[in-house]
Design a protein around this ligand. Sequence first.
Ligand SMILES: [Mg+2]
Length: 354
Amino acid sequence: MIDCCCTGRSEKDNEFCAYRENDKVIEHIENTPSASSRTDLLGEGACGGNKILVVDDSPVYRKLVEQSLSAERCALLFAKNGREALDLFAKHQPALVITDWNMPDMEGPELCKRIRHDFPDCYCHLLMLTSNSGKEKIVEGLRAGADDYLTKPFDFGELAARVGVGRRIVELHRQIQEKNRLLEEMALTDALTGLPNRRAIDIWASRQLSAAARHDFSFWAVMADLDFFKKVNDTYGHDAGDTVLKTFAEILTAQTRESDMCARLGGEEFLVMMTHSDKEGAETAIERIRKQFENTKFAFGNHTVTATASFGIAGFRGTKPPDWNALVARADTALYAAKDKGRNRIECELETEI
Ligand SMILES: [Mg+2]
């Protein structure tokens, strides 16, 4: 039977209270230094930066670790064996794990290996705390995936200091991950319009094209180009030109489905990828975009200005998908036809019969 030993707390708090089964602590999270910081500390997302998992089959050592970290601003989780540790790790993704070596179901090095293997995307700092003090054991522990090694009996100050080092490393790792994520996002985004760029749509559309062949759904590439755009820039300035481009991007986004993708290729050229639509449906969707853009009025100084765009559509449905760039080239040919026929219109390439 599992009882929660805490009372008078909210349901959310209770989730993190000490639970007892046959008088043994099986899960215990304690925030330090004050209970008032509980919600803040546990409110972290994935890879919780303030959570430390302590794994030891000895209740005495669990208590000693708790006492040694009493001044740390962190949430402690306790497990008494490897299985519980893995369950708690999956649930809370702590930033740090302090693990014993000798435990009934799993040795410390095995636990380190399992955490590294089972949670490759959640970096954590692993510290082995064990009475195994031989050099060969230290080497074995570190090779199993531990980042640090401390022998029992341990000094409270030393453990707290090593935990501080681990938390600094985890925080740096988190910052690097966040910066990498931002760089990746920037590398795939057009800075002016916020739309995906050429690289992004090339990656996504190539995958979708394969999926269209495998799962038998239609796939459309639509090239769009603003008509006489240079005149807008030359007459009203580049800020005016940027406004027109951003407005066109907004219309593209608003008039297409979430599952479609609109990208700016550069200059006044855009590319739309659409799926699950017949030829008429694709043309209707693009016609909505063409009309809305044509009817949009821009105020530049004392002038009210309108702009238009031309569109070229190419599609695919079948079991052998064309190369994505070849499909884009076909859409481009259709776009040229639209330009030749007077602009502000849509042309669908002749090969496309879906
Ligand atoms: Mg032990």
